[in-house]
Ligand binder design. Structure first.
Ligand SMILES: C[S@@+](CC[C@H](N)C(=O)[O-])C[C@H]1O[C@@H](n2cnc3c(N)ncnc32)[C@H](O)[C@@H]1O
Length: 358
């Protein structure tokens, strides 16, 4: 047996790497806490002592000070020891507060949510199967809405739709559109409000999510949209749709190839499928340099892949990647596929897949 030589420097580097990861993971929990409680918003208003910030946010001073300690040592908040005052630099406020798409504080809810499922995952990793989608609701619905709402508000009409040539014009003229796996339906409502000549239907399996969409549409007085509880493996094709949009939904499916074929069948000739999905390669070796890689594979293990495997499905996973996505779209009948960036969104890209004209 040959003795393994241990490089002490690599051991040290590995320990540092691990503690770095553990520290960052705890900082994530504090970002989530500070975001949920309004601490970050209160600090963005103006610098202050822990008592002033706590007072502004309606929180207890002692917890506020401890949480601020984590945010200061984590490099997100500045601290003036002489005045005992805390400051959120304006650049950090842009990334951690407000209704814009640059506010990535809601992303912190993903690790805190998925941490609840590690014990269940340990069971399915050993025994096979998966954790069913219902186990993630209703919190998943809220978390997902927090991730995508600002992107839809700021970029859906201006950028994402314009990736598909002629679609905006058709929407102004009046066409039938389905939003598959619409979640809380904010994307559907944004589209219906912008294009009153067109009619929209949002499909999802989650009643709590659909109820949110119906309430938002009703509150805004929007009548050209409806929401329906339907498995998108059974999208109706009569009458067909002129456009189908699907935001972050295909890779979760039990039978993604079947859903893509069904989408193709439900479109008019020349109709367009606009699919927003994860920006990654299908090959692990191409994702090693992607700084978001650990997040993507972890979300897959603890949510996207497991919900598919729970149904005896394909378990495509979050990181099915562009190469496989293009192949599967082609196999489903889409001859013409282009891929586009989403502004302010390092996680997703948009595929524009067009059905052949008759
Ligand atoms: C990752 S979430 C995306 C939600 C929304 N499109 C967004 O971007 O915020 C996926 C959504 O698809 C829904 N979903 C998953 N599989 C489905 C199926 N087979 N039929 C209908 N909806 C489905 C889930 O309930 C969930 O709301």
């Amino acid at each position: 047996m040959t003795a393994t030589t241990i490089d002490e420097q690599r051991v040290q580097q590995c320990v540092e790497r691990l503690f770095g990861a553990y520290v960052e993971s705890m900082l994530v929990l504090m970002i989530d806490l500070a975001n949920r409680t309004g601490l970050l918003d209160a600090l963005a208003e103006a610098p202050g002592t822990s008592a002033e910030v706590a007072d502004r946010a309606g929180l207890t001073e002692r917890y506020t000070r401890e949480c601020l300690g984590a945010l200061v040592t984590g490099g997100l908040v500045e601290y003036d020891p002489a005045a005992e005052r805390y400051t959120l630099p304006p650049e950090h406020a842009l990334c951690l507060t407000g209704g814009g798409a640059t506010n990535v504080a809601p992303v912190s809810r993903v690790p805190t949510l998925l941490a609840h499922y590690v014990a269940d995952a340990a069971t399915v990793v050993r025994d096979g199967g998966g954790i069913p989608y219902e186990r993630f609701r209703p919190e998943f619905t809220t978390v997902m809405d927090g991730l995508s709402r600002a992107t839809f508000d700021q970029h859906l009409v201006e950028s994402i739709l314009s990736a598909a040539n002629g679609l905006t014009t058709d929407l102004h003229r009046g066409i039938r559109v389905a939003d598959i796996g619409c979640g809380t339906g904010h994307s559907t409502v944004v589209l219906a409000r912008e294009f009153p000549e067109s009619v929209f239907v949002g499909y999802d399996l989650s009643d709590d999510a659909l109820a949110t969409g119906r309430a938002e549409a009703a509150e805004a007085g929007i009548t050209n949209v409806r929401f329906e509880n339907l498995d998108i493996a059974r999208i109706p094709d009569d009458p067909p749709f002129h456009a189908i949009v699907g935001f972050d939904v295909i890779h979760d499916q039990a039978n993604p190839a079947g859903v893509l074929r069904r989408v193709h069948r439900a479109l008019v000739p020349g109709g367009v499928f606009l699919m927003m999905d994860i920006k990654a390669s299908s090959r692990l070796e191409n994702n090693i340099a992607n700084p978001l890689g650990p997040l993507l594979y972890s979300v897959s293990t603890l949510h996207c892949m497991t919900v598919s495997l729970a149904q005896g499905g394909a378990g495509l996973g979050t990181v099915w990647g562009e190469e496989l996505a293009r192949q599967m779209l082609a196999d489903a009948g889409f001859a013409d596929v282009t891929v586009h960036e989403v502004p302010d969104d390092p996680l997703n890209q948009v595929y524009v897949a067009r059905a052949a004209t008759a």
